[in-house]
Design a protein around this ligand. Structure first.
Ligand SMILES: Nc1nc2c(c(=O)[nH]1)N[C@H]1C(S)=C(S)[C@@H](COP(=O)(O)O)O[C@H]1N2
Ligand SMILES: [Mo]
Length: 310
């Protein structure tokens, strides 16, 4: 392979930042070429997690086995069946990765995943996850409060909502060749929901980095809302004055609302939400208001008609 050099430049003309950019570009090109050749397994996963301490709000319910957490997934960017993400997500390259933060804030900017891992103390939080389809899991996430991430960018007084976007790249995400949803996948939260201490950005599960099918290298986890609010493989965060329009609202506004709080008293138009099947169990459990996090989050919705704001 021929490498072009800028021979007219001396080393004094090249700043450390140029070298850094060049190195990143080179790594990116190499990784993309390797993946394109069909050898995604040659891409070395370089991300590692440091110290992890036990965080608050963990349930002591039995954890869903690792095997189920990582092979029964919803990640439409890799196919619409539960098994497909684990089979197809090898083409996702989670490192290098960066998240761009923009919109209504004083300090917009882009941060790399290594920077994120270095600057946030990681906690384990064992949360229930309730899918709108009627199944649930208990997952030991590794992450940190979203509010700590948000503060770094100093949202201004116009920031009433936060919008999130997943990577948009047909090469890495073959499911995006089909228009089952509008791409990229978009989700949003009201600012107070985003800054609630239960809301985390997860970078791992079961003590290790996130498997690609679970939203590597960084995804949202909002445990009192239906699973689809917990957007995976985030590349963009935008502070907004107006309420974002999520991919699922766009696809079915009568079926999926902006709030999408777990609520056994508000049925989906095509099925009841009263019960759920915990993956790995026989029979059904009762679905709990706000997925069992009512004490923590009910005050966020005081005075709101939850049938209207579903
Ligand atoms: N980008 C993106 N994020 C996504 C989805 C998706 O299809 N694309 N599926 C959602 C749904 S419906 C659920 S239930 C959870 C599942 O997360 P898990 O596979 O890690 O359990 O991810 C959510 N995040
Ligand atoms: Mo879901």
């Amino acid at each position: 392979m021929l490498i072009k050099r800028k021979t007219d430049l001396t080393e004094h003309d090249v700043t450390p930042f140029d070298l850094y950019k060049e190195r990143r570009r080179f790594i990116k090109a190499g990784v993309a070429a390797t993946a394109a050749l069909g050898f995604p397994w040659l891409v070395q996963a370089k991300l590692t997690l440091g110290k992890i301490t036990p965080g608050p709000f963990s349930t002591d319910e039995e954890k869903t086995p690792y095997k189920d957490v990582t092979t029964y997934n919803n990640f439409y960017e890799f196919g619409t069946s539960k098994a497909e993400p684990a089979i197809n997500a090898g083409s996702l390259v989670p490192d290098p990765w960066s998240v761009a933060v923009e919109g209504e804030c004083d300090k917009p900017g882009t941060v790399g995943i290594e920077d994120i891992l270095k600057n946030h103390a990681l906690e384990e939080r064992i949360y229930r996850l309730r899918c709108v389809e009627g199944w649930s899991m208990v997952i030991p996430w590794v992450g940190f409060p979203l509010t700590d991430f948000i503060k770094r960018f100093q949202p201004n007084s116009k920031a009433k909502f936060v919008e999130f976007e997943t990577l948009n790249d047909k090469k890495q995400m073959p499911g995006q060749r089909r228009r089952v949803l509008e791409w990229p996948y978009v989700e949003g939260l009201r600012m107070d929901e985003a800054m609630h201490p239960l809301t985390i950005l997860a970078v791992g599960l079961y003590g290790n980095v996130l498997p690609n099918q679970n939203g590597a290298p960084i995804r949202l986890v909002v445990p009192w809302k239906y699973g689809f609010k917990s957007i995976k493989s985030i590349v963009k965060v935008r502070f907004r004055e107006t309420q974002p329009l999520s991919s699922w609202e766009k696809a079915g506004p009568k079926e999926y609302g902006f709030y999408s709080n777990v609520n056994p008293n508000v049925d989906h138009p095509r099925w009841s939400q009263r019960r759920e099947r915990r993956i790995g169990e026989f029979g059904k459990r009762k679905t709990l208001m706000f997925n069992g996090y009512e004490d923590q989050v009910a005050s966020l919705y005081k005075g709101m008609d939850l049938k209207k704001y579903f």
